[in-house]
Design a protein around this ligand. Sequence first.
Ligand code: 4NP
Length: 145
Amino acid sequence: MRILCVCLGNICRSPMAEGAVRRAAAEAGLDWHVDSAGTGDWHIGSPPDPRGLAAAARRGYDNSDQRARQVDPADFTACDLILAMDASNHANLTRVAPQGTAEKVRMFDPDGRDVPDPYFGGPEGFDDVLDMIEAAARALVARHA
Ligand code: 4NP
């Protein structure tokens, strides 16, 4: 399985999601390729937000090598699932999906809830978001294992 986690900037939510899905898949013994990207282009080449790196590091993740990139049309053919962090990301992804690939776009949260954008809040928001992301990552792996 090739999984792409997508948010707006690829510096807050989707980098944490990438790490969480990779860990959940590895713990389940699954050989998944997990990546992340943003629908926007503002942060291309940037490392994850320091607040997100710190929240993830407290749970044993090292996301420091990640660099933001923008979703590319080739992602839609290369990946099996393209997982949107919120409904806005989902709408943007289905709009740019090449013909025949839009059904690969799903909500990251298995119940279809938005993973809230923590960018404009305080550092504690990243812990709440990571709680939600880890639960969704485990549910995703359980569903596809
Ligand atoms: P993300 O958060 O989509 O979770 O990476 C954001 C990061 C940056 C911006 C918005 C959301 N921004 O407006 O620059």
